[in-house]
Design a protein around this ligand. Structure first.
Ligand SMILES: [Zn+2]
Length: 262
């Protein structure tokens, strides 16, 4: 059994077949889904899914850096109220971070939003699910205000080089989130992973985006995590069962919860 640590299966792309998609995930050995929040509209969708599949889905709370509306201060206020009223409901603060790929003009606001949510992670002792695109220098500049071991969490959707991995692995309580990109033909990620200990990664789909081979270009779903697992097993030259076991232990340590019997 494996855990999809980054599944947006609650979004509208799954409105027609969400139950079937969850069935397929279960049939393909995915034992639990972590749901990263994007914006306020994610919250009721995640609530509904967690109510329907208690024990199978766990939700996060946070404002994604590309989703800063003009009223982002109100959004943060509302999310903070929810988190402080019911901290056990949320397994992590996420997904949060910086994204300068889509919009460089709001870097300062993105940084302020990130810093605010990093403080939530500290206050409520939660891991961070970090989204970072074209902004690693800027992100690590924000992180540099804290000791490297202050936070724990996942650098989600890692697709970089060995040198970039090395830089991130200096944060001892962080894992790299590995997804469908590792299966792409021209991906340099398998090479980079030669320099990443297996206990420093977790697996994710980021569905509906970034479907692995052989589904590349189509809608991704949590069931396809098995293709990521198979590829990662090849890269580390270990049986899938062993990879799953190591990663499940990492997730338990990071999130503080045992999600199923191993
Ligand atoms: Zn995401």
């Amino acid at each position: 059994m494996i855990i999809d640590t980054h599944s947006h299966i609650y979004v509208e792309e799954f409105d027609d077949d969400r139950d079937e998609a969850i069935m397929r995930a279960k049939e393909n050995g995915v034992g639990h889904l972590f749901l990263p929040c994007i914006d306020e509209s994610s919250l009721s969708r995640m609530d509904a899914l967690c109510a329907k599949y208690p024990g199978y889905c766990s939700q996060m709370i946070g404002l994604h850096p590309t989703e800063l509306g003009d009223d982002w201060k109100a959004t943060l206020y509302n999310m903070y109220q929810l988190l402080s009223a019911n901290p056990d409901k949320y397994i992590a603060v996420g997904e949060v971070g910086l994204d300068l790929y889509w919009d460089k003009s709001r870097q300062k606001e993105q940084e302020e939003v990130l810093r605010t949510q990093m403080e939530w992670a500290l206050k409520f002792d939660k891991p961070l699910m970090i989204h970072c695109r074209d902004a690693w220098d800027e992100l690590l500049t924000v992180f540099a205000d804290y000791d490297k071991s202050t936070f724990r969490g996942v650098f989600h959707c890692f697709t970089g080089t060995a040198d970039e991995a090395k830089r991130l692995l200096e944060y001892p309580n962080f894992k790299l989130g590995i997804g469908g990109v590792v299966t792409f033909k021209k991906s340099t990620l398998p090479e980079a992973l030669q320099h990443v200990p297996i206990d420093r990664i977790v697996l994710e789909t980021d569905c509906p985006y970034l479907a692995p081979v052989p589904h590349r270009g189509k809608r991704n779903e949590s069931a396809f995590l098995k293709h990521v697992l198979e590829k990662v097993s090849q890269v580390y030259n270990m049986p899938c069962e062993q990879v799953s076991c190591i990663i499940n232990n990492s997730i338990r340590d990071l999130f503080g919860v045992q999600f199923f019997e191993m």
